[in-house]
Write a protein of this length. Structure first.
Length: 227
C-alpha cells in the first residue's frame, strides 16, 4: 500500500447527508457494500485521518454507524476491512480514491483478536500506517515483529483493555512492556473498570489519544501504562 494511495485522495464525490438525528450514515453506494463512515460536516478540502477497523473473522463485526459516533462524529473517516493485510490495502485504496484522506494518518483499529491482527499488520508494514489501536487484543509476541525496529519504533500504539482482561493476561502484559521498552518503541496502555470494550469512556479516550498523536500534542516515547 505504501505510495499506492498517496495521490488518490482527490477524486472526491458528494457524500450522503446526515440523518435526522445528526449522525452520519455508513454509506455503500460506491463501496460495493464495504462499510464506510463519513464524518459529520465532511469537507472535501481537508485531509482526514482514516481509521481502518480490522474485522475479527470469528467474532462480531463492529458496526461503524453505531461505534463511530461514540468515538467522534467529525474527526475521522472510517472503513471496516474484512481482515488481513490484503483486505486492508483494498479498503484504503477504495476510500482514498473517493474521499479526502491524509496518506500519513492511516490508523489500524481492532477489537479483540482483530486488535492483535492490527498490531501484526502494522508491524509488518510500518511505513504504511501512523499507528495502531487495539481494544482488548494483546500484542502478538514471539512473531519477530520487531525485525524492522527502526520503522516499527515510530508507530504510535495504544492498547485498551478491561480490568478483568488485564488481570488475566498480567504475564503477557509484562512481557509486552519489557519488549517495547527494550526496543524503544511506543506503547500506551489504558485499563478500564467496564466490561465493554466499546464503552463510551474507552472510545472517548481513543478519540483524544488519536487526536493528540495526529496533532503532535503528545510525543511521548517508550512504554507507558495509565489507569
Amino acid at each position: 500500500m505504501s505510495g499506492r494511495h498517496a495521490n488518490r485522495s482527490r477524486g472526491h464525490r458528494a457524500v450522503r447527508a446526515p440523518d435526522r438525528a445528526g449522525t452520519p450514515r455508513a454509506i455503500a453506494d460506491w463501496t460495493g457494500g464495504l462499510p464506510v463512515f463519513v464524518p459529520q460536516g465532511y469537507e472535501p478540502g481537508y485531509d482526514y485521518p482514516l481509521l481502518v477497523w480490522v474485522s475479527d473473522p470469528l467474532g462480531d463485526h463492529v458496526d461503524l454507524a453505531r461505534v463511530m459516533p461514540r468515538l467522534s462524529l467529525r474527526n475521522f473517516v472510517a472503513v471496516r476491512a474484512a481482515g488481513g493485510a490484503t483486505a486492508v490495502w483494498q479498503a484504503v485504496d477504495l476510500v482514498a480514491a473517493r474521499l479526502s484522506i491524509h496518506p500519513r494518518r492511516i490508523w489500524l483499529v481492532g477489537c479483540g483478536s482483530a486488535g492483535t491482527e492490527a498490531f501484526r499488520i502494522a508491524c509488518r508494514h510500518p511505513e504504511s500506517f501512523a499507528g495502531v489501536v487495539s481494544l482488548g487484543g494483546g500484542f502478538p509476541l514471539d512473531e519477530s515483529l520487531f525485525g524492522r525496529v527502526d520503522a516499527v519504533r515510530r508507530l504510535a500504539m495504544l492498547h485498551c483493555c478491561t480490568a478483568a482482561e488485564a488481570e488475566a493476561s498480567a504475564a503477557h502484559t509484562d512481557r509486552t512492556l519489557r519488549l517495547f521498552h527494550a526496543a524503544g518503541a511506543m506503547l500506551a496502555m489504558r485499563i478500564y473498570p467496564e466490561t465493554n470494550r466499546l464503552s463510551r469512556l474507552m472510545l472517548a479516550d481513543v478519540n483524544r489519544w488519536l487526536m493528540e498523536e495526529t496533532c503532535g500534542a503528545a510525543a511521548g516515547t517508550g512504554a507507558a501504562v495509565a489507569g
